[in-house]
Design a binder for this molecule. Sequence first.
Ligand SMILES: [Zn+2]
Length: 477
Amino acid sequence: MTHSPSRRRFLGQSLSAVGLAAASLSGGLGGLFSLAPSTAAADSGKATGWKAGVAKAVITPEKAVWLAGYGSKRPPDGKIHDLWMKALALEDDKGNKAVLITSDFQGVPKIMSDPVFEQVKAKFGLERKQIMFTFSHNHCGPRLGDDLIDYYPVEEDQEKLVEEYTQEMIVKAVAMVGDALSKLAPANLAQGQGKTTFAVNRRDNREADVPKLIEEGKLVGVTDHSVPVLTVTRPDGKLEAVLFGYACHPTTLSFLTWCGDYPGFAQVEIEKNHPGTTAMFVNTCGGDQNPLPRRKVELCEKYGHMLATAVEEALKKPLQPISVGLKTAFAIVDLPYLHTVTREELVEVAKGPEGIRPRWARRLIKKLDAGGKFETAYPYPVHAWRLGKEMLVIGQGAETVVDYALRFKSEFGPGTWVMGYADDMISYSPSKRVWLEGGYEGGSNLFEYGRPAYRWHESVEELIAKTVHQLVKEVSE
Ligand SMILES: [Zn+2]
């Protein structure tokens, strides 16, 4: 076990259990990102060779697209604040580029993100490895495409509105990426870390018991309470953008009013604190984490404020400059289902009363009737981006549980960000532990997402981790 002064100094800013766990590892790839002292100048005004461009677009629906998630009909009744899609374009001194999209969407499906990636490639020449489309998983955001398609009662007018809105968002996302790229200008990057504790492991703590458990200090289960922060500062000192993350479901609210849930309130507060700055949120593997207690606007505002405060605290401390250099890698992993459903099985399920499961079965039977086939695996997207020697971004599709963030941060060391909810909603993405335990995130619930199966194969964490390691190696050479 070794602790270099530079590593200890950075860890002084990240006293979470995760940071300490990562520090206890030595050697391996972790060293690549944590041991090398940086010569970049984040806030000194000295040019580091980075360029950055930031753009944003309002995505609040103008028509009555239902709110997404929770498996019911949710027509909107107004808004608390606008919903946003935001883009951060980066370019290093060799002309390597990447664009990160963050958004207040609940779930971006493949049929929406694929056209965005194709058009961005055609218009701006960016390959798939250079763009990541993340969504906060905000449950006060709108339905999109075929995301959770069987969750909702089928009404023809609504299907049309969802389709129309999704197409508009594809156009808007592509235009926003172009806008961010057109604004590339010298910038300095730096990272830090805050902490806030409102995320609760929802698998291990009964929601009704949570207030009492908090009072008694008896909450259990794994969490990741760290708040990674990346600043983008212009050479004149202007804070252009703040990217921050947290591992927790934006499910504080379940009413019918547009807002960004806790990440929305946090972004609004940070932008108010820093006029002219764009605040961007990424959900860092909060698949099994809930903001508890919940269901009140005051609680949502409180959690947003707690998160914004954690970001502000991180900004007050010395930040670690990110030296220039950008490498990106991307791969699709075919994640196998444990068993692909058969027509016979579906016919039985389709007999059930109205609800998600019979809707799912009937839709899949129609697909077979039309000559369609069911796949036995799903194309799962994985990204690795290296920013300088100091920062590693791992991006994963689906609702990744917190084990992924804890594992990869431990394996690759400080400066590692693990973003779930990237490119494609898919379903939950359980770790091996969660798969073995079963339950909502690990068990037989893939039908809820429209997949032709109930469960993933036991090997999914192993397959994802193998690919992550290959990609990290690729961007580290
Ligand atoms: Zn979820």
